[in-house]
Write a protein that binds this ligand. Sequence first.
Ligand code: PLP
Length: 362
Amino acid sequence: MLKMAEPIMHHRHPEFTEILTRVNLNLKYLFQTEQPVLTLTSSGTGGVEATFVNLFSPGDTVIAVNGGKFGERWVKMPKAFGLNAVEIKTHWGKAPTQDQVLDALRLHPDAKAVYLVHSETSTGTATDIKTLAAVIREHSKALVCVDGITAIGAHEFRFDEWGIDACVTGSQKGLMIPPGLAFVALSQRAIQAMETAKLPRFYFDLRKALKSHGANDTPWTPAITLVIGVDAALQMIREEGIENVWRRHERLATALREGIRGLGLKLFSDSPSFAVTPVWLPEGVDWKVFNKTLKGKYGITIAGGQDDYAGKIFRISHLGYYDELDMTTMLSALEMTLSGCGYEFELGSGLRAAQAYLTGSA
Ligand SMILES: *Cc1c(COP(=O)(O)O)cnc(C)c1O
């Protein structure tokens, strides 16, 4: 935040080139790749749009997994561009299976790509990208495209080793800075596909972005302030070590889940994400009162459920700049709020379960 409060510089000044050079390098570390990772000025959705318009031609078939709000978006978006979108629908809270992906590939052997959401934020559900990418690679020529927007920096992710072709993340998620930047990693196969793809593109023409990237430049004026911010965030990640960052997210997510179970509450997802934990709101507790108390009395911001789950679930984030005490603070506030909302349980039961896990005395 302090870095981003400093006076602005020109984006072709050597001082900025130095920053962008370091960002480009550290993004490769973040995605675990030797391939270029492009920085675009847009939110995460723009980064995914850039993959669609750069990799495909009108009428191409793309398969996308829809297990929540974001997966749903990756079915709607290709349709808007005249692509033939094939949907693999999974229940909210359930991850797609190998068989579902194989069936779709068998029915659509001409599919040019499969889009997977690594961490579906609307349902707090993680997909086994490593396994599914291997299955897709073995059985088809389809590109493996990953929405990594809440997974990158929370879940183990190895772009090169796992054979991923395109992966997108956004600045306001695991990178811990305000929204406004999208990051897109591309494999050699994806870069080749870009050369023959026929969908129109201009601002998001990744051929231009790639060419500039080679010179540690950008085709247009980037969001300079945010690039300066992400430089600091990436250095923090590098210092902690990416494996440690993944482990911390797993540990915090597990501690929180232990606490939730200790309170007698029910978790929503069968395949929990390390970025966000959705929980069923107990019977008789009013979402509006609950949320207002958490925010107004305890200063804690959580998210509600979307679509069919509005008012039925709540979601707690542990993505990015969080530590163990943030989880115990969250549980403590949750207990005091629930107790005021008429939910019956023993005060301290959630906190105790989380502390037992964190101290290894569970
Ligand atoms: C936040 C998010 C997006 C959308 O990103 P925007 O930055 O809002 O465009 C896409 N996918 C997932 C999984 C997300 O969590």
